[in-house]
Ligand binder design. Structure first.
Ligand code: CAO
Length: 479
């Protein structure tokens, strides 16, 4: 590739020389000479967009993940085209296969929704033959992704030194609960991360306890961070030729998502947080960022308001933002045109101590309309609002189906189920969402077609106990 780049540079140079007399000025101004040379990139494909393969075609992932954080990461990479080979313990597999089961005998939605587009191989990583198979996989793959408890990978004998020696190009990506420090050896689940990453202390109502959120910012959020790190490491490898460790701590991932609250912590040193309704209510601030209920975090006052049907429908609510530029339109809509000129309401600072009663007045209006009617009316005036969509409504939302964000897939033992497709849409890498694999569905295929074991060797492996459950299989925990 380097040679090609050199060639094309020479061509550009020769051409420029020939044309230099006529276009001296143009040439001097045009940085396009380097762009023309392509920076060493291949010629732009002439295939139609979406027909030139997928972003991560050719990337091979040794997927040693389980539960949620790791599988989220590898599912995203698989959506982008990576070949994800999920290694699972014979007879048990990822513990989530059996957790929160809704269909008897079938893999749970917990598992199926986090492991689409992957292949499954069962290997006992502590069995000598299993270790040999893993060594071949390490040589074959580009990235090993794991989210075992701290030290578990080392206990399997898969230390960084061993992996790096076996395949210096391998990227080893890990999720752990905490980075180096006092808690580095702790096992961590979602809500532990939400609490230690600063999200829980800033979520909920001031007068109530800290709250966790339903969005899995600790697990799926960290998986997303890890996927980003892996893609960057793959790109860096094209220059260095070597792999590296990629590490994402769940505490760090949550803090990254809660960064605006650390912003507010520092602002506290310079005075009260005026956009928090606590300020308008005259309640003094303490030493740490408080919980702000449904206050908008962006400096424009907002709140969740009841809509028509709220008495019986727990989701008949809308988020309403009283954005300053559309204040006059809001006043007209809610039948308070006098507020446009009233000095107590006309300007944002004057409204701050009255936000509670302002939202109560707006709510009298929203209660007369469904959340979708409020949305339609407000959108005509550029008033930012967001109906509270239930999961039922999201599951049935046509536009989300049309974009591939919500996808129905068929599964041999559980039948049809909904999953979340790729939330990132790319014009030249189109995601096809495929069902999750059955436990060990691809064991033979991977051993023979990917790792090159002969039929005789396959038989030996089968009887060795490295890919089959022990006589008394460990039971998958039911949660
Ligand atoms: N063959 C043989 N053994 C295997 C195996 C295989 N294919 N796959 C896993 N194992 C073994 C591990 O080697 C480990 O054994 P040791 O304890 O002897 O080292 C054992 O299975 C259990 O692994 P674990 O400790 O990772 O699993 P756990 O259920 O006890 O803990 C969790 C789960 C999530 C708390 C822990 O893995 C963890 O803290 N991970 C990092 C943070 C994280 O990702 N948390 C998010 C989880 S999603 O909410």
């Amino acid at each position: 590739m380097a040679k090609k780049a050199k060639k094309s540079k020479t061509k550009v140079k020769a051409k420029s020389k020939a044309a230099s007399k006529k276009v001296v000025k143009l040439k001097a101004k045009k940085p396009a000479a380097t762009a023309k040379a392509g920076n060493g990139l291949p010629k732009p494909s002439s295939r139609p967009y979406g027909a030139a393969g997928k972003a991560l075609d050719g990337v091979k992932i040794l997927d040693f993940t389980h539960v949620q954080s790791g599988p989220t990461c590898t599912q995203l990479l698989a959506y982008m085209g990576a070949d994800c080979i999920k290694v699972e313990r014979p007879g048990v597999g990822d513990i989530t296969r059996g957790q929160l089961r809704d269909v008897k005998g079938a893999d749970s939605l917990y598992f199926t929704m986090l492991n689409g587009n992957k292949r499954s191989i069962t290997i006992d990583s502590k069995h000598p033959k299993g270790k040999e198979i893993l060594e071949r996989l390490i040589k074959h793959c580009d990235v090993l992704v794991e989210n075992f408890a701290p030290g578990a990978l080392d206990r399997m004998g898969l230390t960084w030194d061993y992996i790096h020696k076996t395949n210096p190009r391998m990227i080893v990506a890990s999720v752990k609960g905490f980075g180096p420090g006092p808690y580095e050896d702790c096992k961590v689940y979602e809500n532990v991360a939400q609490c230690t990453g600063g999200a829980a202390s800033t979520t909920g109502f001031r007068e109530g306890p800290p709250l966790v959120t339903g969005a899995q910012i600790g697990d799926s959020g960290t998986g997303l961070h890890l996927a980003f790190g892996i893609c960057a490491a793959l790109y860096q490898r094209t220059r260095t030729g070597r792999g590296q460790k990629v590490f994402a701590a769940m505490q760090d991932g949550v803090l990254n998502l809660a960064r605006v609250k650390l912003r507010d912590q520092q602002r506290l040193a310079h005075g009260p947080l005026t956009e928090y309704s606590q300020y308008g209510e005259g309640i003094p601030f303490g030493s740490a960022t408080p919980r702000a209920g449904n206050d908008s975090g962006g400096g424009q006052p907002g709140w969740i308001l009841k809509c028509k049907g709220w008495e019986s429908d727990p989701d008949a609510y809308i988020y309403f933002i009283t954005q300053a530029p559309v204040w006059e339109a809001i006043c007209d809509l809610i039948g308070k045109p006098e507020w446009k000129t009233d000095p107590d309401y006309a300007k944002p600072p004057a409204r701050l101590p009255r936000l509670k009663s302002i939202f109560a007045t707006i709510e009298e209006w929203t209660k007369t309309k469904t959340k979708f009617e409020v949305m339609d009316i407000c959108n005509q005036h550029d008033i930012p609002v967001g109906p509270i969509l239930s999961m039922k409504e999201i599951a049935e939302e046509k536009s989300l189906r049309d974009t591939g964000t919500v996808v129905e897939v068929d599964h041999p033992t559980r039948g049809k189920y909904l999953t979340v497709g790729n939330p990132v849409k790319m014009s030249d890498s189109v995601t096809e969402v495929k069902r999750s694999p059955l436990l060990g569905e691809h064991t033979e295929e991977i051993l023979t077609k990917v790792l090159g074991y002969s039929a005789k060797e396959l038989e030996e492996i089968k009887t060795s106990g490295a890919i089959t459950p022990p006589d008394k299989p460990a039971k998958a925990e039911a949660a």
